[in-house]
Design a protein around this ligand. Sequence first.
Ligand code: GDP
Ligand code: ZN
Length: 367
Amino acid sequence: MNSPFSTETSRHPLADYGWDDDWAAAFAPYAAQGFVPGRVVRVDRGQCDLVTPEGPVRADTEFVTPHDPLRVICTGDWAVVDPDGGDPRYVRTYLPRRTSFVRSTSSKRSEGQILAANVDHAVIAVSLAAELDLGRIERFLALAWESGAQPVVVLTKADLVPDAATTAHLVSDVETAAPGVQVLAVSAEQGLGIDVLGALLDGTSVLLGQSGAGKSTLANALLGADVMDVHAVRDVDGKGRHTTTTRNLLVLPTGGVLIDTPGLRGVGLFDAEAGVGQVFSEIEALAEGCRFHDCAHEAEPGCAVLAALDDGTLPPRRLDSYRKLLRENQRLAARTDARLRGEMRRVWKMRGAEGRAAMEVKRGRFT
Ligand code: GDP
Ligand code: ZN
């Protein structure tokens, strides 16, 4: 990912982890003060594991654990770390995120939770061994687009499809549900299509998809058994350079890294209206042609969406799915709003009790 105009002759030690000229530019003011850059591999119990040019570092996250759960440091963040010597070493801040994966937490609390930062590619694994569920694929696509990452749909276990014509047919079915997204059929078992996928995945990637979709098998195929061994050897040599301390952030032999955190399995929609719009970009484009700006595409005259349904260019399933995902997202958003309103009420009550000044002090502490 280095610029072709870069004058650097040797690669940055973090290049394998996604470090590029833009990150270097963003980090420059901190570098001038002696801080060290590090990519967050995992966060736990008030500390995080990082890969840095000095090797693996464990640092305290006290300063990057604000109340807003979306701003808590997470796997994939580029951290600004104290220079060697301090005990503990602190993460002082992290560079502005390019993308972020958020999970809507369980039905009781609809607060979003940050799962992974700075992901470039979201690989949506879908098994060809089961009947295709286009609605589910669209849901994962909405999540992926919403994060800011570029989705790619990988149809796994292609070896279980009886012939190539059927596979091609399935690929094109999925393509109708995924405008602007590459759809690939692969077989980890037979090693088919893995190289094509590997070549696509520069920067940082994550694997999404249902349990049993073949994500772990795909990850192993992308990583290659040999590479895992190489890592083990490097770990043993004690220099710690180019090694990951856990399985959360793994270097791909074809370049780039794969983030595999348990939390990413089972993500839900969270405030993903923009993402939903991107999944159904052809419907949003059609809607531009509706006579009424606020057309609901129900029965309005001059509705371009209904016209496309009529002439068969828009499959009814797509419109249904679009509506379903928008509704689901609105329900979640409403729940979040209700929770926020509740929280606001608590805050105002507290203000009454403690007085405004005390509240200001408290606020200052958490921002
Ligand atoms: P995950 O839950 O998404 O991580 O899925 P796994 O990687 O654990 O795979 C689920 C099952 O699918 C396992 O039994 C795998 O052996 C099987 N599987 C994965 N990839 C392939 C493939 O390319 N071909 C076949 N035939 N089976 C596969
Ligand atoms: Zn309309």
